[in-house]
Each structure stands twice: as C-alpha cells, then as structure tokens.
Design a protein. Sequence first.
Lengths: 429, 429
Amino acid sequence: MAKDSFNVGVIGLGTVGTGVARILLENGESIGRRAGIPIRLLRAADLDIARDRGLDFPEGVLVSDAGTVLDDSEIDVVVEVIGGVSPARTFIETALGNGKHVVTSNKEVVAKHGRGFLELARANGVNLYYEAAVGGGIPIVHALKNCLAANEIEQVFGIMNGTTNYILTKMHEERTEFESVLKEAQDLGYAEADPTADVDGYDVAYKLAILAGIAFNAHFSYEDIYFEGIRKISGEDVRIAEEMGYAIKLLAIGIRREGGVELRVHPAMIDRHHPLAAIEGSFNAVYVKGNYVDETMFYGPGAGALPTASAVVGDIIDLAMSRGLAGSHPSITTGFNDLPVLEMGEIRSQYFLRLRVKDQLGVLAGIGGICRDTKVSLKSVNQHTVSRTEAEIVLVTHTVREVAMQRALAGIRELETVLEVQNLIRVGL
Amino acid sequence: MAKDSFNVGVIGLGTVGTGVARILLENGESIGRRAGIPIRLLRAADLDIARDRGLDFPEGVLVSDAGTVLDDSEIDVVVEVIGGVSPARTFIETALGNGKHVVTSNKEVVAKHGRGFLELARANGVNLYYEAAVGGGIPIVHALKNCLAANEIEQVFGIMNGTTNYILTKMHEERTEFESVLKEAQDLGYAEADPTADVDGYDVAYKLAILAGIAFNAHFSYEDIYFEGIRKISGEDVRIAEEMGYAIKLLAIGIRREGGVELRVHPAMIDRHHPLAAIEGSFNAVYVKGNYVDETMFYGPGAGALPTASAVVGDIIDLAMSRGLAGSHPSITTGFNDLPVLEMGEIRSQYFLRLRVKDQLGVLAGIGGICRDTKVSLKSVNQHTVSRTEAEIVLVTHTVREVAMQRALAGIRELETVLEVQNLIRVGL
C-alpha cells in the first residue's frame, strides 16, 4: 500500500517525549525530505495533557489515553518513552502485536524483555529500534548493528552514564564528597530524586547488556553482569587517584574471551592521559574494537532531552526510509551466538586497596603475608599515619586474577590490625 | 523475486579490494547471518590476477576483465575500489545503468561526479553507498545520513587524512622536517609515491565536499573549497607552536553560516588540550554539531586496507538488508538545499605569522603600521635575532577577517625591511 506519510504516535510526554514532539513539529519538513516521505506526529499521549510544554500541538494530537495511540490504524510507529517496565512493556507488546514498529529509549525494558520483543516484532513483520537506550545522542547502536557489522567485535567499553560521570567530574574538580555532589545534581535536575538506577550501576548494566548483545551477537541478561556503582567512592579516593596520575570513572566493559564474554560495570582508575579520562560532565564515550576496523570511538551527550530525542527521531527516519522492509532488520540482533558471561572471578586486573589500620609494628607484614599466600603481587605500598593510633595503607597490585584479589581481601579483613577496608577499586581498562 | 544470496562483484584488487575480498571470504557466514541473507563474493576483477594475495579465491571468482563483473546479471552490487576518476567513473555509471547497486571507497570520483551518480542510481532504482570514502573505518557518512538526520547540522570538522596526520605527528614527536618524514612515510607505505593528493590537501577537500554535502543537504563542488596542504609547515613552525601550547593539525572545517556555508581545509594551530590535538598517527576524528544532539565526535582509523574494507563491507551489509528498497536511500543525499560556499575572505580567525626581517630599528613600527591600517589587531609580537643582520618576528593576531589579514600580509610583503614571509597559519578551530 503506497502511503502518503509515515505516522508517528508518541506515548509519554516527559522530557524525551516532549523533545521528540518538538523535533517532529519544528524540523518535520526537512526530516521528511531526508526520509523521502513526510513524517507526521499523529498522536502524543500523556496522562497529563493540560501542562504547557511550550509546543503548539495541532488539533487532536494530544490524547490522554495510550490506547488511542496503540489502536490507531493510521499510526506506523509507536514511540515509547515513558521508561521503566510497567506499563512500558505492555505498550510495546501491544504495539508490536498490532503490527506497528516501535522506537524506544527505555534501556530497562529492552535489557529485560528485548529478546521477547524482537521475536514478537519478527512474528508481526515489524521492527523494534532502540538507539536512544544507550549513549543518549551517540549513534552507537546503529554503528554496531550496521556499520561495523563486517567485524567480529573484540571489545566494547566506555562511559555510558551521564549522571555518574557528572558526579565524578565534580568530585575531581571541586574536591567534594559524593553525597553533596549528588544533592547538587538533584537540585539541578541532572540526577533523579531516586538516584539508585544511576549511581548504583543498574542503568549501565542495562546498557551494557544491550550493547554487548549487539556487539557479540548474543543475548545477555543484565543479571549476569557484575556491576558496582559509585556510591562508595570518596573524596579521598579521588584525591589519591589524582596524586597517582589517575581519574576515577564508572566504566562498562565487554570483552570477548575464549569460551565467553567478560561483562562488568564498576568504577576504575584510568590513566589521566587516556582519552576516557578527559570525558567530562554528562558526556559519554564508547570504544569499539573490531578485528578489521581496529579501534573506533564514539563520543557525545549521554543524556538530555534533545540529544536523546535526536536519537529517537533518527530511528523513526530509518524506519520511514525502510518502510515495507518489515522483519529484515531485527534478524541482526536476535543473537545467534550462545556465549556465556564469564565469572567475575576470572577477570584479571590491577587493584587499588585502601585500608585503615592500627598504627603498630607488623601490620604490613601481616598484609604482605596474605598477599603472598593468595598470589597477589604488590606493585606499591604506601602507609601514612592519620592519628596517634591509626594509619592508612594504600596498596596497588600488579595484574592479578579477581578471585585471588578477593581471597586476599577476605584474609585482610580478618586481620586484627585492620580496622576498615575503605575501598577496593580496579585500576586500568 | 526472492533470491537466495546477495552477490558481490569487486573491481580492483589493490589493498582495499583485497581487504574486502578477505573479509567476505573469511567472515562471510557471520556477515550473512547478520544481514539475514547470505552475502557471496561472486567475482573479483583485476588486471593482474596472477599475483598471490594470500587469499583462497573459489574457482571462477578471479577475473581479469571488469566487464565480466559489470555485465553479470547475477551480481547485485558492484564494489569499485580502484580509485581515481578514470576508468572508475565509467565502471560506476555502467554498473548503475545495469541496475546494480554500487559501493565505492573512491572519494575523488564521488566528490567530482557524485551528483550525477545519485541521479543515475535513482533513475535505475538502485543505490550508491560510499561510507569508506570519508574517514576510513569510521562510520561518519552513515551517522550523518541516517542517525543524526533529525538535526540541522551546524558544524562538521576534524582530521580527515591519515597520511598528513601521521606526518604532522612525527614532526611533533621527532622534531624533523616535512621532507624527511614524508620520505620515511613513503618507505613504510603510509604515503603514496606521488603524495600530492594527501599532502597538498586535495584528498581532504574531496572528503569535505562529500561530508558537507550530506551534513548540509546540498551539493558542493570541491573546487569551491579553499584548501591548503601541509607542505609549507616547517619543523620551526611545529617547534614554535609547541612552545605556545599548540599542535599543528590539518583540519577540514564546514560551518553553516547565515547565507551559506564556510568550507575550508588548511593546517591550524589548535590548543594542545583540545581532543583533536591528541589524535595521532593515521587516526582521524570528526566532530559533528547538530541543533538537537549538541556535539558528537567519531574517532577511528582514517586509512588502512582492513579498516577501509570494513566500511565497504558495512555498506554491502546495509544494501543486503534493504534489498528491494531500491531508490529510497539516495533521496537523502540529493541535496535539496541551495547553499553557496562563502568566500574565504569572509571567514574570521586568529593568525600566526612568521617573518624573516632585517635586524634594524623601525621594522616593528612598519609592520605595526600596516596592521593598524588594515585593522588587524595584534595579540602578541615576538622578535629574536637570528644573525648579525637578520631577525625573526612571530605575530599572533586577535580574531580578524581573513580579507583583512590578507591585505595586511600583502602590505607586509612589500616592506623593504621584510626579507621573507615564512608562514601564515590559522590559529584555533
């Protein structure tokens, strides 16, 4: 059926949804010419349609009921930008079941239910696109799915969360503590009232599950990914890292190994000369290493209404350009490789360990003995007195297995001379 | 017609063509699964089919006549990787005329004849893809054409030539002169025997014409682009730049202005803390600034057989995935905006000017007078004696119009006290 426009229905007019509506209303003509078909915002649903969003919606576009969008036979693509699993999951499944393409920016629902969505999409001859779910405005999903598809991807890693990168940047710049920067970020709207998903690493784990799935052509559950957030990083960790020539960044790391894939999310101390150390504020950067292309990097705003909306509209344009191409694109992400996520204990890294200890003879001997017994080779040990009775010890190891480091840590915790393990941070990429 | 494979014919088995053949032969199965259809290397044509390329071509694939590829009704896409205008142009036109898609890595022929190719492609219901023509393995063409298509692009700029970046990097690292690094690069195979296209800026002008055309949705002739190469950059320029906190890079710059587009290619002194200053060797990096996405950057290998071949195969995969979609994608690049390239005299920049002068009283007064009369405001002036009779003067201006700077330069050249204008280099982005 030849159609005279490609029709969009948006569900959720929060910041991203409002951004999508704004781009389509403001730049629609130019976008339509690029796509080769007019792209029309036909419906935009939100529970609150009274609020002024600074946009001049054409008559009849604003509706308060998502069902109006899902059931409208004129709509070709449903944009789901409400976030979370419920009711987003149902909306996506209904839309796909009704033969509509879906574009979403919702990393959580894609990480948790993407596999089912893709099967449903295929069964209904439609597509599911989710460029905006990872890396905000950076076209990293498309790059992996299409442009770099000639390669066997060996590594994908980088900074994939804007909120935590903003907080860590501020902690470096202003020498402040996590809690106070978080509060400031919340006041400025850069962090959510409930910051758990960002600062505890869930958000990045969702993104890594999605990105690694595409990169390695497999399905990964975010629950199989080891993840740590940045809540435990103190101003003192940041200060010592700087002294040692490092910046602390929250990294997502996916590496193809023999027998599986290493997937992990955690803060890491990286050399201050590495380009990732220079990624500031809410910007994200993702490295991809392929067997033919070598190393590539993609940088841009990892969050924000308009950058994220730019990615959503990019997906809409792609769908509009490939209308009639039902069912061909999803094949690329259905994950034909059966790759296990390797145990975290199997990774190898350097480690930074900061301890509060009793300031007495033999403390180092005890710690050194445990490291020797667990085969954790030490690169440097620095001790300084903090009070009449206490000292702080900073250890940096050579590259060792995580399981060995964890054994050493357990032993060190048991020592009567060790008052507190202040932090264990991985060093390097 | 349902087909059971997507068939590729390669014309030209130089480094890139051999890389394409290698990827298709080596990784074909995985690529086919991603594309949703087997991708088959059906023919590979080169005048020399006797040479050992380290590949095990299936029986009948190697042919010595390009016509065999162009006339083969089984072939869906012709890959043109011979470079240059003749006979590449004829091959591309014949392939498109025969209803075959074309993928090329040939920036020169696309910059010079791309508009005609796209019209021919459209008339024949096929596509022309050229990701590998700009940025080697970096998927910058696709990012601009599709992923960022929601945006009005405001700026596109960066380092787009691997050979010159390699030479400039070496000149910084090893404090050597252009000619000796060029010779070394030629010996290592990083620079061509005839280096003109790279070192004199033609290559980058072709790339900028292509990239700006996509970014600003217009057609630009590379002949309208102001370009300078790096041949005039001396070890002394590099040394002084470093002292002043700059790195010298060959930049391509496209900026949307009121009334047109600023397009230029020239060496520039950029702050050593800018990420572009850290792009080393044959790597490229392209910044894109859009009205919604803000600033994004794409980094990767700008040259090399396999990275370039990775981009070519990415295009083949894209075409395979959208088979039957004839004629829809080219519309995006046919350039519906009618934008003039602004006169170079209209740009505004800071300038670095290095002069050899007579070491006598009044030299600075003369130069200063000309700058005053031409309204070139000076930021710094440094003079040092180089012999009993000669001195060197280094001037840095505030931001002024190019036309004013050129007038000042003409006046300075006329001064009896000025022995030689050693270099004029733009400062900043």
